[in-house]
Design a protein. Sequence first.
Length: 433
Amino acid sequence: MKLLTKNTYYFLIASCLATLSIGVLLFITIRKQVYKQIDNSLITEKTIIQDQLEQTGIIPDFMPTFGHQIEVKLLDKPLPPVQIIRDTLMTDSASGSILSFRYIYYSAGIHGKSGYSIRIIRSLNEKDLLLADIGFYMFLLLLLLLILSIALNYLISRKIWEPFHSTIEVADKFDIQSDTPFELPETNIDEFHKLNTVFTRMIRKMRGDYLSLKEYNENAAHEIRTPLAVIRSKTELLMQRKEIRKESLNIIKSINEATTRLYKITRGLLLISRIENLYFKEATEISLKKIIEKNIMNYREIMQLKHISVEMEADSPAIVIMNEVLAEILISNLLSNAVRYNIDRGFIKCSIRDGFLSISNSGLPLNTDTELLFKRFNKSSDNSQSTGLGLAIVKKITETYNMGITYTCTGNIHELRLAYSHDGLNKQIPVQS
């Protein structure tokens, strides 16, 4: 949920509760004032009749009207002063409907010799209708105010948060490899100004670290690989000399193997670093099927030496959008893994279905944890030439392009399954039964 939506949501709840509470209190206050006015009117009428009775002792002549009745009774004995004001319900003889009334009852004595009682009844029908109208229009008014306040709160909040969204938009478009300066829009809001300052300082630090790391990688690629290549060439020349003794030849051979492995490790680590730093930015439509067919041809001699049979099943060309170099490395590492850890007279089966690519091969049972298989420097065999970076590079490439990669082993059959999508969206690999 967006911050603006959440803020409006909470403001709506708080405003509804406040409006409801204010509306109820206001209606109760108005109703109380209306009843107070009715009670004052009843008391005034009672006082006028009381004065006439105490002065003349004669019951005034009243003309009863609908909804307003006056009953006055003279008694032979005095009564204690009592005044009661209450609501009551009465049935209309004409319509048969039940109506609400407000009445006052008063009784007292005259000079201690006789007494009287006064009952004045007034209909509340018109007042109830008036209160209903007041309540209805008050509801409409409060509803209008509520809608207006929510709309104003939304617009004001949206205006206030514009600098924040502008900052996020600029940060989202920022490319650490680009030389374009990182500039955020100016704002007069202190909190957002501080946020922009922190963002700018952080981006500059990241840009500086990236350039330093990039320079280090470039220097390492040149300064490390060149001496290693020299060492390899020198050791190979020494190995070709006839006067070298067998013991020395074995030592030179070990040096050459270690140098070759170090060369491969350096190249693999530099490749992972370049992938992490988004060095391979260009992306085009690539057919994984064509890359598999080309790599199978590249490994044909090794497969023939080990008598490995190859089977290819493809329902689609497996089109993906990715960097061509990384696509080549991805498939090459998968096939290289299937060839290297295969057995004599084994097999390799490549299967392509809609959204999934599977490479399975025969081989010895796995002697390492499958969860560690894609970790750096993890090796599933004791091969001294293995660097333990092949599947780590595969994992890094699949993460870059939101692909899924899983490994399963059933007996002597190993399978690496890649989930891909043409639009670059991540796909989940189904669980195999």
